[in-house]
Ligand binder design. Structure first.
Ligand code: FE2
Length: 256
């Protein structure tokens, strides 16, 4: 049996600092074998940069997943060549940097991490449901974890059910709000609609409250910045049989 930790969207410098402070202790306390972190908002002011990706790796991430802000920072697109960064696999083929699948060699076993993006209230990328069918055909490990970066809960639930018995875990990200529906689908697939975030808790998804409220009041452009104040960390821990790629247990964590 192996234990995987998945941590939701890390927001800004404050989120990176809090992850750095807490991750080592969480990994020791829970005996974590593999850590996946969503880092698409880890740069100060959105996106992911070389500096923020380095912070996540130094903090203890084995694989960094991303999402709709993956390519926001043009100056750092070369980081997608790194084996530890995965971008949504359903970006159009042919002209897009990086890879949507990474396989982590753990010695006695391996783990594939796939990143996909939803298409409901998001950019119109390739169909994530038909895309993952093709991706799964090409994998030769039973241990497959999917970060489904999506807005609509219906699309995430549908993906969880679609992949039941076919992958080890499906973790929803992007909404930054942890959901309480973690479960093992079909006695095989760990699932949660959204893992949550790492960053300032008293905020609008990690962003300063004032400008966000003003934007909703008057619909005028505002300057968003990462909120200040105490941070929290949201994640899930999954126990899985690495010989069969089958999850046995999923637990949510929130560290304040
Ligand atoms: Fe996102």
């Amino acid at each position: 049996m192996k234990r995987l930790l998945f941590i939701g969207d890390v927001v800004g410098r404050a989120g990176c600092d809090f992850l750095t402070e807490k991750l080592g202790g969480i990994k020791r306390q829970h005996g974590i074998d593999i850590t996946i972190v969503n880092g698409e908002n880890s740069a100060q002011g959105n996106g992911i940069t070389r500096a923020s990706a380095d912070m996540l790796v130094r903090a203890g991430a084995d694989i960094i997943t991303t999402g709709n802000h993956a390519f926001r920072r043009k100056e750092s697109l070369d980081i997608f060549d790194e084996e530890y960064i995965v971008r949504p696999a359903n970006y159009p083929e042919g002209g897009c940097v990086g890879s949507g699948v990474r396989v982590l060699d753990m010695g006695a076993f391996s783990v594939a991490v796939i990143n996909l993006m939803g298409t409901v209230y998001m950019d119109p990328l390739d169909n994530p449901f038909t895309k993952i069918d093709r991706l799964l055909e090409g994998l030769d490990t039973p241990n497959v974890f999917v970060d489904f970066h999506a807005e609509a809960t219906s699309e995430k639930k549908a993906m969880g059910h679609y992949l039941t018995g076919r992958v080890t875990g499906v973790f929803g990200t992007h909404t930054h709000v942890q959901t309480a529906d973690e479960c093992i689908l079909g006695g095989h697939t760990a699932y949660i609609t959204d893992v949550g975030m790492v960053g300032p808790e008293l905020s609008c998804l990690g962003v300063d409250i004032g400008p966000t409220v003003e934007m909703f009041r008057f619909r005028m452009p505002v300057k968003f910045s990462t909120a200040e104040g105490a941070c929290f960390l949201c994640g899930t821990i999954v126990d899985f049989d690495e010989k069969k790629g089958k999850s046995h247990k999923i637990d949510r964590i929130i560290i304040r």
